[in-house]
Design a protein around this ligand. Structure first.
Ligand code: HQG
Length: 180
């Protein structure tokens, strides 16, 4: 059945990244919540949610934002949280360059103080310019920042790569970035 998956995906992101409490859900330190409890909370909000819908959202999500654990009883978002979680990713050596899409109004601050995670846990970086453009495009005319990721790694900054290919780092000091 063709569904408007975006609507479901947005609400699932909201719950799993920012507000599990809104459905009365317990979240583990590594970001997992119980699928039956989630489904119960979702269905109370909107009767069109079901296990089948949830599975379709996870499977067909354009950015593969969510994952079930091996048992299928737990689910989490792969990145983007504002709630306090430790997703447990292993530090991973990044490619030489990574990219960040932002908008002109943030540039002065970013060039002065570097990239900060703001409300989220990490700064989100992309391995290609096209993806960074899409990220920046959410806020306006995108500007691309080029990050000397390998140099940062060599200098001791930890990077993490999520299973859906988003690179995470605590912050990017200004000396490692330039405007494309
Ligand atoms: C900016 C979406 C001023 C930063 C996307 C960004 C991504 C600063 C904004 C993921 C700054 C934070 C994350 C500084 C950073 N001064 N502005 N020092 N440092 N900024 O949404 O990277 O679709 O938290 O440039 O695709 O835009 O939700 O970060 O504009 O992967 O899965 O502060 O969210 O993924 O905004 O987006 P965000 P982001 P999903």
């Amino acid at each position: 059945m063709k569904r408007n998956l975006k609507k479901y995906s947005k609400f699932l992101s909201y719950i799993l990244r920012h507000r599990p409490d809104e459905l009365g859900l317990e979240m583990s330190r590594s970001g997992w919540v119980s699928v039956p409890a989630l489904l119960e909370g979702l269905a109370e909000r909107d009767g069109s949610w079901s296990r089948e819908v949830l599975e379709q959202v996870v499977r067909e999500n354009d950015k593969q934002r969510f994952e079930f654990d091996d048992t299928g009883h737990l689910i989490r978002a792969r990145q983007g949280h504002t709630v306090d979680v430790d997703l447990g990713y292993d530090p991973t050596e990044p490619p030489e360059l990574l990219y960040h899409g932002t908008v002109p109004k943030f540039l002065d601050a970013i060039v002065a103080e570097g990239l900060e995670p703001k409300e989220r846990h990490h700064v989100h970086l992309s391995h290609d310019i096209k993806t960074a453009m899409q990220v920046g495009n959410r806020r306006g005319k995108p500007v691309i920042l080029v990050i000397e990721a390998r140099e940062m790694w060599d200098d001791g900054h930890e990077f993490f790569c999520t299973p859906n290919d988003v690179w995470l780092v605590e912050s990017v000091p200004p000396e490692y970035l330039r405007v494309d």
